[in-house]
Design a protein around this ligand. Structure first.
Ligand SMILES: Nc1ncnc2c1ncn2[C@@H]1O[C@H](COP(=O)(O)OP(=O)(O)OP(=O)(O)O)[C@@H](O)[C@H]1O
Ligand SMILES: [Mg+2]
Length: 285
């Protein structure tokens, strides 16, 4: 099983866009994909895929209930089928209070003389639901801020894909990447694998070429480099579909560079699948 979460030092670099695009690429290649949205902001995976769902309704079963051991139904019923058969567990407003919920559970467990790990709950939920038997790929997207949501995501998936801003500002953060990963590992007490660093918004200026060379020399895997594709990605967000569907259904005129970008995301998805030892089934598109 291939499992990962996008993380980045800065916000707004492209975590959710990357997660959504890769989820659809894995699914188009014939894999069973579970995407879990743990971000309560509006611009999250749930908004991107737009399932019919009320994240504000406290009565419906949701992931948080499962995380704190008070599910109202089966894990499978948390999922909504979205584009290309991707199963999405949407975000829910109760996630905003996850820390408090987990602390309560921890206090209660300790009073009963039991140990409780606040950051191992997503891992437990996925194990108990035998996710490994049902899915080839699990992607968790969070707001990326350090805290119990990100730590639960990391303990469950153990691997990160790092969208990287390919600007001068980003150059300073090449060294920061090591610190980022070390810091995360320290907080959760498990090793985290960096599956890929993905420069996003790359414009091939002299400065950016230098940054890319530095990044490649740093030893991190850099399987693809994504150009400045604001129009494509904003169109996808607007239409609430992956860039694959956006180009197929909403572009009258195909633009070569956009088709190249889709190929690159496919290349990255195949790279991640191979890394995890997944066999890519017959391509279904
Ligand atoms: N290759 C690209 N070129 C230009 N813009 C892009 C590219 N990829 C994504 N974007 C744009 O960047 C913005 C932020 O993307 P996204 O929401 O995926 O980032 P994020 O890291 O998930 O943000 P947050 O930290 O808020 O969760 C979006 O408007 C998206 O359309
Ligand atoms: Mg996001």
């Amino acid at each position: 099983m291939l499992t990962y979460t996008p993380v980045s030092e800065a916000g707004g670099v492209g975590k959710t866009t990357t997660a959504a695009t890769l989820a659809v690429s894995h699914a188009r290649a014939g894999h069973d994909v579970l995407a879990i949205d743990m971000d309560t902001q509006n611009g999250s995976l749930t908004y991107f895929f737009g399932p019919d769902y009320d994240r504000g309704n406290p009565k419906i079963d949701n992931l948080v209930r499962h995380l704190v051991g008070r599910p109202k139904g089966n894990f499978q019923n948390l999922t909504h089928e979205v584009e290309h058969g991707v199963d999405l567990i949407p975000s829910h407003n109760m996630l905003e209070d996850l820390h408090e919920f987990l602390l309560n559970e921890k206090n209660q467990a300790e009073k009963l003389g039991e140990s409780y790990s606040m950051y191992h709950q997503l891992h437990r939920v996925l194990r108990e639901a035998n996710v490994r038997d049902h899915y080839d790929v699990v992607i968790v997207d969070s707001a990326g801020k350090a805290g119990p949501i990100l730590y639960n995501a990391l303990v469950a998936v153990r691997n990160v894909v790092i969208p990287f801003e390919a600007t001068a500002k980003g150059q300073e953060s090449i060294e920061g990447l090591d610190d980022l990963v070390d810091g995360l590992e320290e907080n959760i007490g498990v090793d985290v694998g960096v599956l890929a660093v993905v420069p996003i918004g790359y414009k091939d200026t002299r400065d950016q070429r230098e940054i890319l060379a530095d990044l490649r020399n740093s030893g991190f895997p850099v399987p693809i480099v994504i150009g400045e594709r604001g129009s494509l990605m904003e169109g996808s967000w607007k239409q609430q579909c992956s860039p694959y569907t956006y180009v197929e259904e909403h572009r009258n005129r195909k633009r070569e560079y956009e088709l190249d970008t889709l190929d690159q995301f496919d290349e990255l998805a195949r790279h991640l699948e191979r890394d995890a030892g997944l066999k890519t089934p017959e391509v279904t598109v």
